[in-house]
Design a protein around this ligand. Structure first.
Ligand SMILES: *Cc1c(COP(=O)(O)O)cnc(C)c1O
Length: 353
């Protein structure tokens, strides 16, 4: 065999998502999902949806959902881009805006999808080391670049940066697009969204997967200047117009319009997080202060790998990466208070038993 088609394959090492175990009796604290169900209005949409409507294509610009998001955040619909999870939105944004010979900058410890998208789209990039306390050094991002992206709060550290610090970075970069991935901003952080009126090169990206309990529906969105959103739509409509199905659009709109339920759920998770910080400290863990729905915590008496494995034996799933610097840490998603108490009981046994 001397066929050479494989020489022309677009090769890439794919992103590895957290495990979704088939077992239903596990305590799942490994992918930062929300432990509470979505807003009750979503149930109503599913019950009343007429399947005859499935004959029709969805509204191509996801108008139902785009309008609901625009209303909620006080924007024009032309400032909102909707996608199938923020992974879809960020991937589309990479393809649209990171198109320079200069490298795109992001932190060395961050969402591990960024380097995968850069690789698949052949975008040059350079990672910037975090400070030893896991904060971002703004100066690193004030050098010639082809674009900037980081999550705020960062993942998997949970560390929040201030809007002032981020504005400082945006100001220094009028020649590239700056993307702030706000997947966890609803858990107590301050959003950069108001800055989009001032900087037409700022894209703020959020998701329904965490704070709105809809990871399984796949809804993400970006907010920015009309110019940015138009460029993104041009690329999106050059690939696949109908990415988001009708039911998802309707469910998303119902969820985003229920501000009261949203606040209640998020407040419960924040309360559980603060309680969990105390418990983890009592158990001898150290961690950077988290403003997200997870805690990035390092056990002191046993290795993180050992604790990870022992927890798994007890059907409690958390996330652990066998990578330099972060291999001493476990990323623990915030579940219900009951789930967290099960976790603390198991940790007590593993560390002190
Ligand atoms: C969860 C997450 C996303 C992706 O979320 P979607 O489910 O695709 O909306 C993006 N960025 C970060 C930092 C995340 O943690």
């Amino acid at each position: 065999m001397n066929n050479t088609w494989e020489n022309n394959v677009r090769r890439v090492v794919p992103y590895v998502p957290g495990e979704q175990p088939k077992d239903t009796d596990v305590i799942k604290l490994n992918t930062n999902e929300n432990p509470y169900p979505p807003a009750p209005g979503v149930r109503y949409i599913l019950d009343s949806f007429d399947i005859a409507d499935m004959r029709l294509y969805p509204t191509p610009d996801a108008a139902v959902l785009t309008e609901a998001i625009a209303d909620t955040y006080g924007l024009k619909t032309s400032q909102v881009f909707v996608g199938v999870g923020s992974d879809d939105v960020i991937s589309m944004a990479f393809l649209t805006f990171f198109n320079s010979d200069k490298p795109v900058f992001f932190p060395d410890i961050t969402y591990s999808f960024y380097d995968v998208w850069a690789d698949v789209y052949r975008i040059p990039y350079e990672t910037k080391p975090l400070n030893s306390d896991f904060t971002i050094n703004a100066e690193d991002y004030k050098k010639p670049n082809g674009g900037i992206i980081f999550p705020n709060p960062n993942a998997p550290t949970g560390v929040l940066e201030s809007v002032e610090m981020i504005e400082d970075i945006i100001k220094a970069n009028p020649d590239s697009v700056v993307m702030i991935d706000e997947a966890y901003i609803d858990f107590g952080g301050k959003s950069c969204l108001p800055l989009i009126e001032k900087y037409d090169n700022l894209l703020v990206i959020q998701t329904f997967s965490k704070s709105r309990s809809m990871a399984g529906m796949r809804i993400g969105f970006a907010m920015g200047s009309e110019k940015l959103i138009k460029y993104m739509n041009d690329v999106k409509f050059s690939i696949n117009s109908y990415t988001m199905n009708t039911v998802t659009q309707l469910c998303g709109a119902a969820a985003v319009r229920d501000e009261k339920y949203f606040r209640e759920t998020v407040d419960k998770i924040i309360d559980t997080r603060e309680y969990s910080k105390n418990k983890l400290t009592e158990l001898g863990f150290t961690f950077p202060d988290s403003m997200s729905n997870f805690i990035f915590a390092s056990p002191q008496k046993k290795s993180a790998e050992y604790v990870f494995t022992e927890l798994k034996k007890r059907k409690i799933f958390v996330r652990w990466w066998n990578k330099p610097v972060i291999k001493d840490y476990l990323r623990i998603s915030i579940g219900t208070p009951e789930e967290m108490d099960e976790l603390f009981k198991a940790l007590e046994e593993i560390l002190n038993g």
